[in-house]
Design a protein around this ligand. Structure first.
Ligand code: HEC
Length: 185
């Protein structure tokens, strides 16, 4: 028999544990949260049914309405970031998501969000600030990054590129003074 632990407590501590290990990278706290992180935060603090949500396909407008109803105080840019993440990436249909029984397993089954993709892909060949954080582009402008010969081969799937483009259009640029000194190049 499984030990009885209050569900809310279990979810909360798992999120914290998970956020502490894989997702949260404190040195990048200056960047606005991406969709995966916001989703996990909502699932731990609201009644948002994460497993049901990620099995569904909906438009960006439908997700926006749902998120706003669920979390009316969420700032507009976080709503937009999360709605775009969900519109591009849901449903998550793999075995990992279907068989997940804990919040941690579910969280790991979710595709990376725009912030995670930028951190993982955009700071090794040139400065993170000059190549990414300082740019003011719309989604089409960010998509065009992947057309140049030196970016075409980046190991990012089409939906990762789209997730990245929409996150970046909403959340970039970041003012110079908000960027930690070691990343200002
Ligand atoms: C494999 C190496 C490499 C990676 C990884 C890389 N870039 Fe670049 N990037 C280049 C090179 C080479 C140039 C052209 C020379 C320069 O400006 O340094 C460039 C130039 C740029 C420019 C200016 C020219 C343009 O296309 O508008 C931007 C913006 C840019 N990169 C954004 C990004 C973003 C966003 C990512 C992550 C999705 C990224 N880069 C990842 C190699 C890379």
């Amino acid at each position: 028999m499984k030990p009885r632990v209050p569900k809310a407590f279990l979810l909360g501590s798992m999120i914290t544990m998970f956020a502490g290990t894989l997702l949260a990278q404190p040195e990048f706290d200056f960047m606005p949260e991406g969709g995966r992180q916001t989703l996990l935060r909502l699932a731990s603090t609201h009644t948002f049914d994460l497993k049901a949500a990620i099995a569904r396909k909906a438009t960006e407008a439908e997700w926006t309405a749902e998120i706003t109803a669920e979390a009316p105080v969420l700032p507009q840019e976080e709503v937009e970031t999360l709605a775009s993440y969900l519109a591009v990436n849901m449903p998550v249909t793999g075995d990992a998501a279907r068989e997940a029984t804990t919040m941690e397993e579910l969280a790991q089954a979710l595709p990376p969000d725009g912030k995670e993709l930028a951190i993982a892909n955009c700071q090794f060949c040139h400065g993170f600030f000059t190549g990414y954080l300082a740019h003011d582009r719309d989604a089409e402008g960010w998509r065009s990054v992947f057309k140049s010969p030196f970016h075409r081969e980046l190991p990012m799937t089409p939906s990762e590129r789209e997730t990245f483009a929409r996150y970046s259009a909403i959340n970039m640029p970041i003012p110079y003074e908000k960027v930690p000194e070691e990343l200002r190049f």
